[in-house]
Every structure is written in structure tokens, then in C-alpha cells.
Design a protein around this ligand. Structure first.
Ligand code: CA2
Length: 145
């Protein structure tokens, strides 16, 4: 099993700003959590990718075709705007889980739509960085059960 974890814009700033919403842990801590949790869940490969650019995220999703068995994606702000990311997830048809660090359902109205989520089989929201472990578990279950 090979998992690709994709993170969208500004998530590389984790731990630097807005700790009240996104916590104190850094982006490097998030990468380490995904790699450790992924190995514990039986993934042979876990690649963690971050970009601030919509097109780069779309390129990465396309490159995942034939290279990864599952995707965990936090599109960050592009969650609420990007039909391009939705279309890319649909195009590759790789099982995908949407993850958000904060509880987006209890935030502003403009965060209440998720385009990427329309191509995901599950959603984890409001569990902090641990939500990535949960998302990888849901993916592992989907790929093995
Ligand atoms: O809760 C999430 O994971 C979000 O995807 C985070 C996005 C936000 O636009 C979504 O509505 C919900 C924002 C990511 C920004 O990350 C930062 C991290 C540290 C400091 C500032 C921003």
C-alpha cells in the first residue's frame, strides 16, 4: 500500500501563526506523524507533499495515478474554491480521504462548501494533526478490508 498525503496553501506555516486554530506543532511534526502513523498502519510508502500553488497540487494528483493506492488530502483554502482539484481527484479515481485540522463545520460560511470532498469517500475534521492518523487509518481500512 502506498499513500500520498497532500497539503495545500499555508500549511507549511503550522506552528508559526494561529496556534489557537491550528495548534503549536510544526509542519515538520506533521510530516513525521504521517510517516510514523503510515508505517504503523502497514503502508510501505508514505509521501507527504505540500504546495501553495493550485496547479502544482493538480499536477501531483495526476502523477499519483499508477504510483499511489490512496490519497489523504487537506486542500486548505482550495477546499472551498477549487473545481480543478475536484476534477483531478475524479480523473485519477484513487480512493481519497479529506482531512482538516480545524472543525470547518463550525467556522465561517465560506468554509462550508468543500469541492474536493465531493471526490473523497471520507472526511476527518476538527481532530488537529491527529486527524491525519485517523484519515490514514480510514484509507488503510478501505484498501485492505
Ligand atoms: O482546518 C484545516 O485544515 C483547513 O484546511 C486549513 C485552511 C483553511 O483555509 C481551511 O478552511 C481549513 C488554512 C490553512 C492555513 O494554515 C495555517 C497554518 C498556520 C498559520 C496560518 C495558517
Amino acid at each position: 500500500m502506498r499513500a500520498l498525503v497532500i497539503n495545500g496553501p499555508n500549511l507549511n506555516m503550522l506552528g508559526i501563526r494561529e496556534p489557537g486554530i491550528y495548534g503549536n506543532d510544526s509542519y515538520d511534526d506533521l510530516v513525521a506523524l504521517c510517516e510514523t502513523a503510515g508505517a504503523e498502519l502497514g503502508f510501505e510508502q508514505v509521501e507527504v507533499f505540500q504546495s501553495n500553488h493550485e496547479g502544482a497540487i493538480i499536477d501531483k494528483i495526476q502523477e499519483a495515478y499508477g504510483a499511489f493506492d490512496g490519497i489523504v488530502i487537506n486542500p486548505a483554502a482550495y477546499t472551498h474554491t477549487s473545481v480543478g482539484i475536484l476534477d483531478a481527484l475524479k480523473a485519477v479515481s484513487i480512493p481519497a480521504v479529506e482531512v482538516h485540522i480545524s472543525d470547518v463545520d463550525s467556522r465561517e460560511d465560506f468554509r462550508q462548501i468543500s469541492y474536493a470532498g465531493m471526490a473523497c469517500f471520507a472526511r476527518v475534521s476538527g481532530e488537529g494533526l491527529e486527524g491525519y492518523r485517523h484519515a490514514l487509518k480510514l484509507l488503510a481500512d478501505r484498501l485492505t478490508l
